[in-house]
Design a protein around this ligand. Structure first.
Ligand SMILES: O=C(O)CCC(=O)C(=O)O
Ligand SMILES: [Fe+2]
Length: 295
């Protein structure tokens, strides 16, 4: 069966409006994860991303919907860029970035003149979601590894749902403050944007977060408490899944439900990744769910 036939055979998923786009936002069934999550559980191995068989498609959707991310490993060692771009069929159109090439891909490697962009440096990139500068952030974040660092440059992922549940338990007032419209302001180059950290559409919650030199937080007492707690939560190793993304592996993440980051690595390392973010539009992405529900 072709992938198209497989998809059209399935029932439609109820959709909700996310920003000005129509994406499916039933976060039901999102599983929280911690450091002990097995990588095997979230890795899908196939030959060529340009020709995905139906049973692989099944695993891609199941894994993404369950955990909010997956690692797609392609055996084919050539046509890497084309393979990555072909995933627009599954995850939606490319979201163009200040630093992207015309096809939407950003090269993540050390550049001498990085203009303050962490992705072009060897420094750690604290846990964040992509596109905090945009009113509607990219729905899916993709990172393809061409060459990992020999030492460091590890990927860290964190379940926003697990963080949410923890905050609700220990400080519900601080948690509620994260829904205020002016929690976080990001500023870089000529871009500036103020936004909430948590955003609810019907019963589905979406998270946008960043905490580095480009960011300032509202001085509201609840927000200040929440940020302090979030930073504490990040420091607990148990809360982070940390691993090395290897050559020919593509990490695909629900950018509204998972925070991602990376550890630092040596300046001289030849680490090289591609980043491509997707807008969640199109026929295939109807199989995907985004965000998370409260319970
Ligand atoms: O270098 C990495 O592994 C991640 C980079 C990143 O998150 C970004 O560029 O936004
Ligand atoms: Fe990122």
């Amino acid at each position: 069966m072709t992938a198209e036939a497989y998809l059209t055979r399935r029932d439609a998923v109820v959709s909700a409006t996310h920003g000005n786009r129509n994406v499916h936002s039933t976060g039901d069934g999102r599983t929280t994860f911690f450091s002990d999550l097995s990588l095997e559980e979230v890795t899908v191995r196939l030959h060529d991303c340009r020709a995905i068989e139906a049973h692989h498609m099944d695993r891609i959707y199941d894994t993404f919907n369950r955990y909010g991310f997956l690692v797609l490993e392609h055996a084919l060692n050539s046509h890497r860029r084309q393979q990555f771009l072909s995933l627009t069929r599954l995850f939606g159109d490319p979201v163009i970035h200040n630093r992207s090439a015309s096809d939407g891909i950003v090269t993540v490697a050390v550049a001498n003149n990085n203009d303050g962009y962490l992705s072009a440096s060897h420094e750690a990139h604290a846990l964040h979601t992509d596109g905090t500068f945009q009113a509607v952030p990219p729905v899916v974040m993709g990172l393809q590894c061409e060459r990992p660092a020999l030492k460091g440059g590890l990927t860290a992922l964190l379940s926003s749902k697990a963080l949410f549940n923890w905050l609700r338990k220990i400080d519900p007032t601080a948690l509620a403050a994260l829904f205020e419209p002016d929690v976080l302001t990001v500023e870089r180059d000529n871009q500036r944007h103020t936004r909430p950290v948590l955003h609810r559409i019907d019963n589905v919650i979406h998270m946008s977060f960043r905490d580095d030199s480009t960011v300032s937080f509202s001085s509201q007492i609840g927000v200040q408490r929440a940020i302090h707690l979030i930073r504490q939560y990040f420091l607990q190793a148990h809360n982070l899944k940390v691993f090395k993304l290897l050559s020919n592996q593509i990490l695909l993440v629900d950018n509204s439900a998972i925070l991602h980051g990376r550890t630092s690595f040596g300046k001289e390392e030849k680490r090289r990744l591609h980043r491509l973010n997707f807008d969640g539009s199109g026929l295939f992405s109807r199989r995907l769910v985004f965000g998370f529900t409260e319970f």
